[in-house]
Design a protein. Structure first.
Length: 140
């Protein structure tokens, strides 16, 4: 009799355990749980991408500082090359900052700006009502 009670208790315990595992699996596979898991994974991926970008920026800044030390460019400004076209209306214009005296950039010869930019050809603009085929044309 004790053996039967023992095995009945073991069977009941195994059934409870199996039912709990099945309920966990069902809850894990619901749409809300799947979307939450995907969202957490996306957040972890975004955090990893931010850390990677920060490490790359730090490495770039460190390497740039090494290059500046090697080339002796601390405190100097790079002179901007001459513009090749006229600025557009509304486009901001920039001016070059001269190099600091005694720096390697100050020893460079000044840029030659002998290039002549031809003036723009002005074509007479036509009004929309003067274009052929427009409904507002006056010669109808």
């Amino acid at each position: 009799m004790v053996r039967r009670i023992f095995w009945m208790a073991v069977g009941a315990g195994a059934t409870v355990w199996a039912m709990n595992k099945a309920n966990e699996a069902v809850h894990r596979l619901t749409p809300d749980s799947l979307s939450g898991t995907a969202a957490r994974g996306a957040l972890h991926l975004g955090d990893a991408a931010k850390r990677f970008a920060r490490d790359v920026r730090d490495g770039m800044a460190e390497r740039e500082e090494q290059l500046r030390d090697d080339l002796g460019l601390h405190g100097t400004a790079v002179v901007e090359p001459a513009r090749r076209r006229a600025p557009l209306r509304g486009e901001p214009t920039y001016r070059a900052i001269p190099a600091a005296p005694g720096s390697p950039a100050a020893a460079l010869p000044p840029p030659r700006s002998t290039r002549i930019i031809p003036p723009a050809i002005d074509s007479p603009s036509r009004r929309l009502d003067e274009l052929p085929g427009s409904p507002n044309r006056k010669d109808h």
